[in-house]
Write a new protein. Structure first.
Length: 319
């Protein structure tokens, strides 16, 4: 009986000893592991918050050290990726900002989420004034439905009017395209590129004017050929009649002078048509005002109900 009690006491003491050893080992393991793990958790939280330069100096067992090394490598890779992304963003932003065309990015709700400086310059305002607006606010009321139709069929290129800061329309050539991921799935954003057509319109109008001048030049050449000969005949006839009747009848001589002046005026009109087709610098000459009035009055038919009074005492005045 005593031997059995001794064995039981021995086994109890042995179990208690083993339990104490287990508890002590667990406490020692907790001390060894929990401290580095807590520190590693703090580092992981800092990295998750974007603080990629957080020092990772965790000492502990081999497994903990390997984990800390992995977290450090991940932080370095993330920092390098962020730097490359920042450089890429700056490079593409520089390209977009130096473009001669306006660039806008539309969100799914058709609000402008990005606008380069050129677009603001063409619209006569700052790009900050454009960002946040609905794209329809930049268009005349009469052109908004047309723009919506083009947005429904992407990509698309079309001419449209855009409003500037003073609500005045200016012509633009717009190209719209969807923004897709590398896999081709759409993000729901739309890229809009606008080119200012004001200079193009000016050149187009200049070309049309040049063509019009060329047509007038051809017409003037034809008129000059067809009319100069008859006018020459009339001028020669006036000269002959003036030689024949100049000394006999003052009234006839006066009308012959009027006829001669009208022939000269018709010839000058032909020359002006030719000059219009080939513009040249105007020539200014001084003329006596009294003589200018006399010539002007002689070229018009004054009605009987109109009385013309002339006070040209100072006949020497020149203009």
């Amino acid at each position: 009986m005593l031997n059995e009690l001794s064995n039981l006491e021995f086994l109890s003491l042995l179990w208690v000893a083993l339990l104490l050893v287990t508890v002590v080992s667990a406490l020692l393991l907790a001390v060894v592991l929990m401290g580095p793990l807590r520190q590693l958790r703090r580092v992981a939280r800092s990295v998750a918050q974007g603080k990629l330069d957080t020092p990772v100096e965790v000492k502990g067992p081999e497994e903990v050290s390997d984990l800390a090394s992995s977290v450090k490598t991940m932080a370095l890779n993330l920092a390098e990726g962020r730097q490359q992304l920042s450089q890429s963003e700056a490079r593409y932003k520089a390209i977009v900002e130096t473009m001669n065309e306006g660039v806008m990015l539309l969100g799914p709700d058709q609000r402008i989420t990005f606008c380069n400086g050129r677009m603001g310059m063409m619209s006569g305002c700052s790009s900050k004034d454009i960002v946040g607006k609905e794209v329809a606010e930049l268009l005349p009321q009469s052109r908004r439905r047309e723009f919506q139709r083009h947005l429904e069929v992407l990509p698309s290129t079309f001419e449209i009017e855009v409003l500037d800061a003073n609500a005045s329309p200016w012509p633009a050539l717009m190209s719209t395209a969807p923004i897709n991921s590398d896999s081709g799935s759409p993000y729901g954003a739309t890229l809009v590129v606008a080119a200012d057509l004001r200079e193009v319109m000016r050149l187009r109008l200049q070309a049309e004017n040049s063509e019009r001048l060329a047509a007038i030049g051809r017409l003037a050449s034809t008129l000059a050929h067809e009319l100069r000969n008859p006018l020459g005949v009339i001028s020669n006839s006036v000269y002959f009649l003036k030689m024949r009747f100049d000394h006999n009848d003052e009234k006839v001589s006066q009308h012959l002078d009027i006829l001669r002046r009208q022939v000269t005026a018709a010839t000058q009109i032909i020359e002006q048509l030719l000059d219009y087709a080939r513009p040249k610098e105007p020539i200014t000459v001084q003329v006596k005002l009294a003589r200018l009035v006399e010539v002007a009055l002689s070229q018009i038919q004054v009605p009987d109900s109109v009385k013309v009074e002339k006070d040209l005492a100072d006949g020497g005045l020149e203009v």
